[in-house]
Design a protein around this ligand. Structure first.
Ligand SMILES: NC(=O)c1ccc[n+]([C@@H]2O[C@H](COP(=O)([O-])OP(=O)(O)OC[C@H]3O[C@@H](n4cnc5c(N)ncnc54)[C@H](O)[C@@H]3O)[C@@H](O)[C@H]2O)c1
Length: 251
């Protein structure tokens, strides 16, 4: 399938576990992918891998906790072909802690990276999408934003806010044919999850047992969902929060 032929897509956190899978998937389906990450080297590796198998990708280092960097990212993407059709707001961080154990910095940086970045990136990209007659935005929320896991109050609250932000944006810009949706993944095997597992002293096998499906998810499985939501096949999906959890969310 080539659902993104001729389209330009930005993926934030494109050097990470889920973001690299999304970047590869969109490129396989014909998109010119702007693989963006604070870790410019990781973004470069993903872009080079995409090009090595015949795709088209550009790496762009950007720390999206900075408003200026968000606007620069979008302007650089627009400069490639005069348009941005798809924005995947995927980058995120997970600071562990409850109300009393978190630092002020943990709280603020969680909001800056997980939520404020989406505010700035969407403000930068939406005027271009309106001018082009539409577009698609997919935000990465989390199962924990809907059903909080213990000891992650900052992360969970930012992801609940991402869900609300998604619904508000969808409501406001649906008349402009901009579809905004969010994915709410459960446990997905990525570097972020590995770091969490290490901190908690658990193993991947322990997590597998918590999922009714019998295993945690793969980045490629989230990428397939994101690609669907970003594609014209999801033409009437706007304002949806789609869970992808192997039934853990309903366990
Ligand atoms: N892995 C999971 O189980 C899981 C579950 C639910 C939601 N999510 C969400 O999925 C998204 C991707 O997570 P992942 O598991 O692939 O994690 P990851 O750590 O593998 O990737 C995250 C990427 O974001 C980048 N990043 C972090 N801060 C940034 C910043 N300020 N500017 C630019 N880039 C920055 C990192 O460099 C990294 O490459 C996150 O939003 C995360 O909250 C993950």
């Amino acid at each position: 399938m080539k659902r993104f032929e001729g389209k330009v897509a930005i993926v934030t956190g494109g050097g990470g576990g889920i973001g690299s899978a999304i970047s590869r998937r969109l490129a396989q389906e014909g998109a010119l992918v702007v693989v963006s990450d604070m870790n410019g080297e990781a973004a470069g590796v993903v872009a080079a891998d995409i090009e090595a198998v015949g795709g088209v990708a550009v790496a762009f280092a950007a720390d999206i906790s900075q408003k200026d960097a968000c606007f620069r990212l979008v302007e650089n993407a627009v400069a490639l072909k005069g348009r941005v059709d798809v924005l995947i707001n995927n980058a995120g961080i997970n600071r562990r802690g409850n109300l009393l154990s978190l630092t002020d910095d943990d709280w603020h940086v969680s909001f800056t990276v997980n939520l404020d970045s989406m505010f700035h990136l969407c403000r930068a990209v939406i005027p271009h999408m309106i001018a082009a007659g539409g577009g698609a935005i997919v935000n990465t929320a989390s199962q924990w934003g809907l059903y909080p896991a213990p000891n992650h109050i900052a992360y969970n609250t930012t992801k609940a806010a991402v869900a609300a932000f998604t619904q508000n944006l969808a409501r406001d810009y649906a008349p402009d044919k901009i579809r905004v949706n969010a994915v709410c993944p459960g446990e997905i095997h990525t570097p972020m999850l590995e770091a969490g597992v290490k901190r908690s002293g658990r193993t991947i096998a322990d997590l597998d047992k918590l999922v009714p499906f019998g295993r945690i998810g793969k980045p490629e499985e989230v990428a397939a969902l994101v690609a669907f939501l970003a594609s014209d096949e999801a033409a009437f999906m706007c304002g949806s929060l789609v869970e992808i959890t192997g039934a853990q969310a309903v366990a």
